[in-house]
Design a protein. Sequence first.
Length: 147
Amino acid sequence: MKGIYTILLKPTDNSTIQVGKLSEIRFDGFLYVYVGSARGSGGLKRILRHVEVSEGVRDTQKWHIDYLLKRSDFLDYIYAITNKDKECELAGELSRFFDGISGFGCTDCKCGTHLFELNNIYEIDKICETFKKVGLDPRTEDISNLF
């Protein structure tokens, strides 16, 4: 199954992390939501890969998000099954509600960012609403049933 997703992360400490070639970024304890595409090979299994990086099962630093995952608790995810290219549209809409980390996760597009700071876990409702606004059906159930 292919789609678009967001993952919710909480850094395990207030620290500055060198994020690949992007820059050093200070993650100061906020919650973060990352927008990603699972339309390539493996589809929505990409979310499971993120969980494995966060838990230390996989030791990789291929994408910007990998650097943050290694120093964060993976809290939750929302996804939508789609073949449509809606990742950037979703990120653009989320930027209307949340502050972003400039340049994060968007080296292959023209977006300002794909990583946003949240003030609290209750803002996840805004994320679901934003999925709907861009024409996606947000889902939160266990994706392992899809494979």
